[in-house]
Design a binder for this molecule. Structure first.
Ligand SMILES: [Zn+2]
Length: 71
């Protein structure tokens, strides 16, 4: 019984986490369900579609501020 509660709590945590991530980019319509490549920001480690990422010297960043911070 405890295991079930753990699974339920874990599932809720994942759902909340995804909602948090979605909320950060609510200006984007839901079109990223396709097979677009996901890349990771070198500064904050957030995952984002490659088309939204900033590429600098072979590394991806989520925003201009992080790109500048990294170098
Ligand atoms: Zn970042």
């Amino acid at each position: 019984m405890t295991k079930i509660l753990l699974i339920v709590a874990f599932t809720i945590a994942i759902v909340l986490w995804f909602k948090l991530q979605a909320g950060k980019r609510d200006e984007l319509p839901r079109k990223e369900k396709t097979s677009e490549d996901m890349v990771r920001c070198q500064v904050c480690q957030v995952n984002l579609p490659r088309s939204e990422a900033l590429l600098s010297q072979g590394k991806f960043y989520c925003c201009d501020e992080h790109r500048r911070r990294a170098g």
